[in-house]
Ligand binder design. Structure first.
Ligand code: F6R
Length: 246
């Protein structure tokens, strides 16, 4: 794993957006794996700027998002569909028919998850997967467990994730209890991975995930085994890694 140190959130966002832009410039028909949450918003802003300035063109790209809440329709303002259109797709030229997210409105979890994995496979697999990391080390909605989950599947969200995500809803009771998410195996199949982490509150989990033992109790720790991972992490999130970085 290559760790790129960023000064702060803005610097992390610029550096990570540069890596994604380079991917699209080098391979215009890239299959991009995308993420939601607070961490990637600055990346999307930088990519939109690059698109407007003519530096990067998404017209041949295909995208697959990591996850979606089960039970929310695409037009729900807290759905990840809505988030992605608002923060990225409405402002760039990814063809609408090449934008993919799990469909949270599909009640048959097994069928929807199988459809999603098949669509990723049919597209040729993800070239570059963008990830954020939860406070408990989750990636996508793969929460700490006894084993690493595999393909796209339905998960019950943990209390800590519901608690962390309630800031986006009227109350914790409104946060959906389940989500469809790419599994760890789906994520690990991406040819390249870029993970971004910012903020003091993630310092402890950064140390565990990137320098601790590989364990499903810290799902992001599996990334240590991937051959092509870049972590773009700001100073605050790296603050507990100390001499491990030297
Ligand atoms: C989002 C996702 C999550 C987030 C993680 C961090 O699609 O899959 O794993 O990346 O919860 O969220 P933020 O960036 O809000 O701290």
């Amino acid at each position: 794993m290559k760790i790129i140190r960023a000064k702060d959130y803005n610097d992390m966002s610029r550096k990570a957006a540069g890596i994604i832009a380079a991917q699209v410039i080098l391979k215009p028909d890239s299959i991009l794996g995308l993420a939601t949450g607070s961490s990637p918003i600055g990346i999307y802003e930088n990519l939109i700027k690059g698109y407007r300035e003519g530096d990067v063109d998404f017209s041949a790209c295909t995208t697959f998002n990591l996850d979606e809440y089960r039970g929310l329709t695409a037009d729900h303002d807290q759905s990840y569909h809505y988030f992605m259109y608002k923060n990225f797709f409405d402002s760039v030229n990814v063809p609408r028919d090449r934008i993919n997210l799990p469909d949270g409105s599909q009640p048959d979890a097994e069928k929807e998850c199988a459809r999603y994995d098949a669509a990723i496979e049919a597209a040729g697999g993800v070239d570059l997967q963008l990830l954020g990391m939860g406070l408990n080390g989750h990636i996508g909605f793969n929460e700490p467990e006894d084993t690493f989950p595999k393909g796209t599947h339905c998960v019950d969200l943990t209390e800590s994730t519901i608690e962390a995500n309630k800031r986006f809803f009227a109350s914790a009771d409104d946060v959906p209890r389940q989500a469809y998410t790419m599994g760890v195996q789906t994520i690990m199949r991406a040819r390249k991975i870029i993970i971004i982490v910012s903020g003091q509150n993630k310092a402890e989990i950064v140390r565990k995930a990137f320098f601790g033992p590989v364990t499903p109790q810290v799902p992001a720790s599996i990334l240590q085994l991937h051959p092509d991972v870049v972590a773009v992490v700001d100073e605050a999130a790296l603050s507990e890694c100390g001499d491990l970085l030297k």
